[in-house]
Design a protein around this ligand. Structure first.
Ligand code: COA
Length: 331
């Protein structure tokens, strides 16, 4: 019996139209375009400004476009999974809201929470439904409205984040698709990157809001060091496990948190700049959306059989790598 792989058969993305540039951030906190550019690689990010709109409102246009692009009817979708740390609300799942807004009625849906590694955890979980034959079409959404939890009084975090959604279709393939995954967590890292209040341990109160504890808190330097080591280690482990030489790898698709982290990981893997997907300069860190947004933007350059390693690191701590072969030539 031949192995069935879960292959990406389509990719789309959505970013809000409003741009928050480094010059705009200079007007909010004590910083400079030069500091942000040299320390992070970010020049601008997209921001969902419309009141009453949230994560699902960015995912919906991307899912609708994916259905159109792949010639899929809403009723053909078996499962929709959304990776996000900024759900529309604590419950129900944002995935359910997306299905309702798009008219997907026969699928079941749920959310996954693994911070910036969420899209890798999502692809891994989804691939198991495909590999076992229990689903034929799964929509995987990575979407975050990070600016809704960004503290624009904190200069060490506010330049980093942006909003966006990236979506892929997963379907069975005998040859191409996800070949392997490596996922890791270390919960002892939870206090270096998190949202202090708004959960069951510290529910929202007047005081927690006054202390601005519903925004992202990060000890940047600690996270930076661990991120470089863990992402590079796991990507190199994946290369060695599958005997992939630097020249054999077509693309590295890294989580976009900091250009210096991406460059350090590429150096450890021995690959060239031209082999790395990078769009952090335009969007900043969109958490669960960074990897699918990269695939969307580079789709034109992808060819059937290309070898890709996806890698990410995020709060939790969580990190991982996926090795996949691309399933189609883009038209
Ligand atoms: N503008 C100007 N100065 C700033 C600043 C800003 N926006 N933010 C911080 N600084 C200052 C600090 O106050 C500090 O000043 P000091 O030396 O007088 O105390 C100095 O710059 C260095 O701060 P530091 O935090 O050491 O900077 P850094 O080089 O580590 O860069 C980050 C900060 C946040 C860009 C970086 O740590 C980072 O990218 N961290 C990881 C992000 C990440 O990967 N997240 C996880 C995945 S989601």
């Amino acid at each position: 019996m031949r192995n069935i792989h879960a292959a990406i058969t389509g990719v789309t993305g959505y970013v809000p139209k409003d741009i928050l540039s480094n010059a705009d951030i200079e007007n909010l906190v004590d910083t400079t375009d030069e500091w942000i550019t040299t320390r992070t690689g970010i020049k601008e990010r997209r921001i969902l400004k419309e009141p009453g709109k949230g994560t699902s409102d960015m995912a919906v246009p991307a899912v609708e476009e994916l259905l159109r692009k792949t010639g899929t009817l809403p009723e053909e979708v078996d499962i929709l999974i959304c990776a996000t740390v900024t759900p529309d609300m604590q419950f129900p799942a944002t995935a359910n809201i997306i299905c309702d807004k798009v008219g997907i009625k026969n699928a079941y849906s749920f959310d996954i929470s693994a911070a910036c590694s969420g899209f890798l955890f999502l692809l891994t979980v989804a691939s198991k439904f495909i590999e076992t034959g229990s689903a034929k079409k799964i929509i995987c959404v990575g979407a975050d409205n990070m600016t809704s939890i960004t503290n624009y009084q904190d200069r060490s975090t506010c330049p980093l984040f942006g909003d966006g959604a990236g979506v892929v279709m997963l379907e069975p393939s005998e040859e191409y698709g996800i070949q392997d995954h490596l996922l890791k967590v270390d919960g002892s890292g939870r206090n270096f990157l998190y949202q202090k209040s708004g959960g069951s341990v510290s529910p929202a109160s007047h005081e927690t809001v006054e202390r601005r504890e519903h925004f992202v808190f990060q000890e940047g330097q600690t996270v930076f060091k661990v991120a470089v080591t863990k992402m590079a280690d796991i990507a190199v482990e994946m290369m060695e496990k599958h005997n992939i030489q630097s020249d054999d790898l077509t693309w590295l698709v890294p989580h976009q948190a900091n250009l210096r982290i991406i460059e350090a990981v590429a150096r450890r893997m021995g690959i060239k700049r031209e082999q790395v997907m990078i769009n952090i300069q335009k969007y900043g860190n969109t958490t669960d959306a960074t990897i699918p947004l990269c695939l969307w933007e580079y789709e034109d350059q992808l060819k059937k059989g290309d070898k890709l390693i996806l890698t990410a690191f995020g709060g939790g701590f969580t990190w991982g790598a996926i090795y996949l072969t691309w399933a189609y030539d883009s038209k």
